[in-house]
Design a protein around this ligand. Structure first.
Ligand code: 5GP
Length: 204
């Protein structure tokens, strides 16, 4: 079942993904602008299958493009979603956890914050995002989890660009990372080339 879902995701990316300058993949047709809710629900079920053994108590993402898949994933577990807010302000609010993230698509740093009310040491937190590139967004979210004293249950991303460093670094650090599609390379000429997904062999 897992392999079948992942193959359908690869087909969707091939069918309507657009490769942009700066190694950005646009998948506005189902993930980043128009949301194919039924298809995303299937992807959320896949995250449920991959992370159910970690018994998460909360899903965590960053606004805005992580929210739809994170909502659907939280729904499969019947747990709340917390989304980190982006802020331009450098003032640290006493009541929030704050971390810095370097935006891959905007090429500038920004701060993310989560109220201390919504992450606590009893939580097991599943981080969900749409893309993994150099890993700054995931690392920023992991930083918030660690500040709160909660346990990281894992990181799930819909599309990992495995030619960039983030995924290898997280795995090296022992993070329980699962990506539903792994892009090995891409260019406007060749389109998107996928890497074999380690989850295909390990759990299906
Ligand atoms: P990272 O922090 O891992 O370098 O980049 C991940 C974040 O940047 C994601 O939250 C995603 O919003 C954005 N991002 C990175 N690469 C891409 C891409 O190729 N396409 C899109 N649409 N977003 C990307």
């Amino acid at each position: 079942m897992g392999i079948e879902r992942m193959k359908r995701l690869e087909e969707q990316i091939r069918r309507c993904g657009e490769v942009r300058d700066g190694q950005v993949l646009k998948v506005d047709c189902f993930l980043n602008h128009q949301i194919d809710v039924l298809f995303m629900e299937e992807m959320a079920k896949e995250f449920h299958r991959l992370f159910e053994e970690t018994h998460p108590t909360k899903v965590l993402t960053i606004e805005a493009s992580g929210i739809p898949i994170a909502v659907l994933t939280a729904q499969t577990f019947g747990i709340p979603l917390v989304f980190a807010k982006k802020t331009e302000s450098l003032n640290l609010d006493q009541e929030t956890y704050v971390a810095e993230v370097y935006s891959y698509t905007r090429q500038k740093p920004y701060h993310i914050k989560v109220s201390k009310k919504y992450l606590n040491p009893q939580d097991r937190v599943l981080i969900i995002d749409d893309f993994l590139a150099r890993g700054s967004a995931s690392s920023g979210l992991m930083n918030l989890v660690s500040q709160s004293g909660a346990t990281l249950s894992g990181v799930g991303v819909v599309i990992e660009k495995s030619f960039q460093s983030g995924g290898a670094e997280l795995r090296q650090a022992g993070v329980n990372l699962h990506s539903l599609a792994m892009v090995a390379s891409m260019s406007p000429e060749t389109g998107v080339v996928f890497a074999p997904n380690p989850d295909d062999e390990s759990k299906n």
